[in-house]
Design a protein around this ligand. Sequence first.
Ligand SMILES: *Cc1c(COP(=O)(O)O)cnc(C)c1O
Length: 385
Amino acid sequence: MSEEKIEFNRPYMTGKELYYIAEAKFGNMLAGDGPFTKRCHRWIEETANVKTALLTHSCTAALEMAALLLDIQPGDEVIMPSFTFVSTANAFVLRGAVPVFVDVRSDTLNLDESLVEAAITPRTKAIIPVHYAGVACEMDSLLSIAKRHGLMVVEDAAQGVMATYKGRMLGSIGDLGAYSFHETKNVISGEGGALLVNDQDLSARAEVIREKGTDRSRFFRGQVDKYTWQEVGSSFLPGELTAAFLWAQLEQASMITDLRLTAWSFYHDSLETLEGEGLIRRPIVPKECGHNAHMYYILLHPDIDRQAVIESLKSHSISAVFHYVPLHSSPGGLKYGRAHGSMDVTNDVASRIIRLPLWVNISNEQQSRVVQVLSDSIKLQNNSF
Ligand SMILES: *Cc1c(COP(=O)(O)O)cnc(C)c1O
């Protein structure tokens, strides 16, 4: 019996991608910062209500720009969760900083704001909240801690495009925010990202850092008569073909989010019974968070063998996956960072999480099959403990 394969992710195409790429090609606009890039900038600035948005070639690049903008120096410390992607830490380690890992909340799996203040030292420069699964961190608390201690806040909103906290778009709340348009995210351009900047002075410097450390952007606007090297920078901008692809996606970002939310809710309703039986825990979304259905995950009861569940899904051609190896216990984290306090919640959730297939237009039949196989596998194990 062969069952239809259910991939973990299927990138969604709106249908206009090649059309806009052709437009860029026939317009002979291939390098960065052409008309499509500008359209994407305005769209993000208006949608997220942020002073400046700058496309980058990845979220990783946007985070690296953030570290340069904050003038991070060797020995500086940045506070972040350990339960995140490597780029959150790497961007700052590249400047010689020490990532200080703080445990996450057991409900949202986001940085536990109640533990942050105790991790601050005289060398702390910034707090890096990561909005896991597009569910916002407790930003008001984090912002007030940052204010009290004179720290900057850089939101890793890689997973948070179109998600909100108290009505504000993620990525627009801290001093700086970073988006990802990687193929595995909600709105995509293959590889891609953006840096969101709220502060006027930081905006001007961000433009320079992104253009190899030169004032080329000002030159193109006719504000200076030649462009020269101003400060340390690199090439962080994507080409126009990437921006053209992204434009086709941004135009439909609301629809993409709505369709993902429909699929997310289907899982959420279908898995209520298993949660009631104490076999899994479903995601928790605080009421002030408008999430974007970036992912649907469950936490298995500690006595359930996760690998066996993943294998049994796989034997039915369903791809479900676990997530981060916590940074504090990874070789890189041990070398470059340090944990502040207990990492019990991080270690616990990292060992029990499974992410289920979710994409735009996944069918109810496909989702029902995932739920069925998952339930069967979990219940089979439950009978033996
Ligand atoms: C995907 C992701 C990144 C990296 O994004 P890229 O665009 O691939 O560089 C960084 N942080 C988090 C939390 C992510 O999920």
